[in-house]
Write a protein that binds this ligand. Structure first.
Ligand code: AGP
Length: 619
């Protein structure tokens, strides 16, 4: 949420910052802005709307200088206007600040500063901090008492001592044109190291193509960058000996290539993402999964007698699938919690409970807070996470990286199916530590190995799904219905459709439809059923009949051997036959493509749906 990029070096900062913002735009796209320091002044350009608008303005009015900060905004405080866009200058224009997070006590900071003559021109919480830094700068002696901090860095640190809330910030100071200062608490911030140049950014994607050497800042840390050096201090002013990491994403991973949209590209990358998730994780005897980063012995894993999964949005749906698979195959009781609720619910857990979080970005604040709460209480924690070095990845006791590559489309696709795949492998791991036999484990693993090829096969339906997606685009309401393992996929189908096409969609267990949602059924509200062969098929067919009797159009996404009565459904989309370990993934593919085509037919921006941002770093 909100993207930050800062640069200090010898090159022209403008084009580099703009490129970083483009690569980071999925974090927010309400407005964008850039500030560049040159000699003893800071100049800025801000525009409402996409980074492209900012780029256009900069073509007409270029900013020159080799140190700067930039921002793409997801509005929290204040409407989407140029005045509320970042960077936010202090009222004396000596400081300029970009911020991701929420300053909760900004009203009292504003009141304090107003009394001392500071002026405010925006409705943002960020401007309060810009002025607070200016206030401390004036109060602090210019000379450093012990040489640990510059005047600039000390003023930022002192100001932050009064801030309640979360922040990832980058700051420019007109008096110190050869320095850039950053700080984080609760919102991600990384430092990128180049040769004769350094960067600051809210995530790695911004730096692809510029540098692969990064430092992940921890909460409470501040950094001071010059073109040739960096200095990191803890909130207690202690120098931090930071570890430099090498990023393993390539610039091509974040480019569109021949695809029109990231979402479509990422849908088609799923066979590869699944291969990546499986690589090196099949035990030597082929009957179970192995993971390098769990940091927990098989004996301790066997002790786990309850698992609580937490996530948000699509990742929460992955948790529901994990619940089904682990309970079915490993017979361990599982509960699934919205991360945002878990944290405040204070659920009683016993000592052998494992808290397992799922998050693509590893930065979702609610999921992070749930993880921290579980750790604070001493529970063992694990995470499935895609972004290497993310805060969740660094704070969990152990974890599993998805290796799905960067997911740029705001609607999660390949990250979701990779989470399902890894959940399925986790279920196998637990099951084989308990009662599952070698041969059952071997067969289970065989079905996982077959999956990438089956997903390829499902993707070949793209053309026929385009027609159905375009038909779906003509409706304003839609129901998604499925049972057992396919119920969470119905939820995910509904979420995908509503988030990118703005068609109102709801997911329900098929049998629950009779208890209320059936009131919505009419010729103008289609129902999408997810069906597979098995004991509940006759019941689901009966639900279809009930909808048909009321004139509701029906689309069935059904496995190959699933027999449906002639003429019952208006459209049938057939997916390969699959067992439970892989069924949810195969059923997801057509739903992603349907949503994509429906959104496109409605003229929506599928990669950047309105009001959304890729990773939600505010509560
Ligand atoms: C997915 O399409 C969403 N836009 C959203 O629900 C997302 O899955 C959620 O915000 C969680 O993100 P995370 O996986 O990065 O934690």
């Amino acid at each position: 949420m909100c993207g930050i990029v800062g640069y200090i070096g010898s090159k022209d900062a403008g084009p580099l910052l703009l490129q970083g913002l483009k690569q980071l735009e999925y974090r927010g796209y309400d407005s964008a802005g850039i500030a560049i320091g040159s000699a003893d002044r800071i100049e800025q350009v801000r525009r409402v709307g996409r980074v492209a608008n900012l780029a256009g303005a900069l073509e007409e009015e270029p900013l020159r200088g080799s140190a700067g900060i930039s921002h793409t905004r997801w509005a929290t405080h204040g409407k989407v206007t140029e005045e509320n866009a970042h960077p936010q200058p202090s009222s004396d224009h000596r400081f300029s600040l970009v911020h991701n997070g929420v300053i909760e006590n900004f009203e009292s900071i504003r009141a304090f500063l107003r009394e001392r003559g500071y002026q405010f021109h925006s409705e943002t919480d960020t401007e309060a901090l810009a002025n607070l830094i200016a206030y401390h700068y004036d109060k602090e002696p210019a000379a450093s008492p012990d040489g640990r901090e510059s005047h600039f860095l000390r003023s930022v640190r002192k100001a932050l001592l009064h801030v309640e809330g979360t922040y990832g910030i980058a700051v420019l100071c007109a008096d110190a044109p050869d320095q850039l200062v950053g700080a984080r608490k609760g919102s991600p911030l990384i430092v990128g190291l180049g040769s004769g140049e350094n960067f600051i950014a809210s995530d790695v994607a911004a730096l692809l193509g510029a540098t692969l050497q990064v430092i992940y800042l921890n909460d409470g840390e501040l950094v001071e960058l010059t073109r040739d050096s960096y200095r990191i201090l803890s909130s207690e002013r202690e120098p931090v000996d930071a570890v430099v990491h090498e990023v393993d994403w390539k610039i091509e991973d974040s480019q569109l290539g021949d695809f029109e949209h990231y979402m479509l590209k990422e849908i088609f990358e799923q066979p590869q993402a699944l291969e990546n998730a499986l690589r090196g994780r099949i035990a030597e005897d082929g009957s179970t999964a192995k993971f390098g980063g769990l940091n927990i012995s098989p004996r301790d894993l066997r002790q786990v007698d309850r698992i609580v999964f937490c996530g948000c949005g699509t990742a929460w749906h992955a948790c529901l699938v994990a619940e089904h698979l682990i309970e079915r195959y490993a017979r361990i009781p599982v509960e699934v919690e919205y991360a945002s609720e878990f944290r405040y619910r204070n659920a009683p857990l016993d000592k052998d409970t494992l808290v397992f979080v799922i998050s693509q970005s590893g930065e979702t604040i609610d999921t992070l807070a749930a993880l921290r709460e579980a750790r604070r209480k001493g529970y063992r924690t694990l995470a499935i996470n895609n972004v290497v070095g993310s805060t969740i990845a660094r704070e969990t006791d152990g974890g599993i990286y998805q290796h799905a590559g960067p997911e740029i489309g705001v609607a999660s696709t390949k990250a979701f199916t990779s989470q399902l795949f890894l959940s399925s492998m986790v279920a196998l791991l637990f099951a084989r530590l308990r009662d599952m036999s070698f041969s059952d484990g071997f067969r289970y693993m065989e079905s996982l190995r077959r999956l990438p090829e089956q997903v390829e096969q499902a993707l070949r339906m793209n053309d026929s799904l385009q027609r159905v997606g375009q038909w779906l685009a003509g409706f304003e309401h839609c129901l998604f219905l499925g049972r057992q393992l396919l119920f969470p996929i119905a939820l995910e189908g509904a979420l995908k459709l509503k988030e990118i096409s703005y068609i109102h969609a709801e997911g329900y267990p098929a049998a629950e439809m009779k208890h209320g949602p059936i009131a919505l059924v009419s010729e103008s509200c289609p129902s999408l059923f997810l069906v597979s062969q098995g004991e509940v098929l006759p019941k689901v067919v009966a639900n279809m009949q009930e909808i048909k009797a009321r004139g509701g159009p029906i689309v069935a996404i059904a496995t190959e051997s699933c027999q449906l009565p002639e003429g019952l459904v208006d459209e049938r989309i057939t997916i390969p036959d699959a067992d439970d370990p892989t069924l949810a993934i195969l059923a997801t593919i057509p739903l992603q493509l349907l949503s994509y085509h429906a959104a496109l037919a409605r003229g929506c921006d599928v990669d950047k749906p309105r009001n959304l941002a890729k990773s939600v770093t505010v509560e």
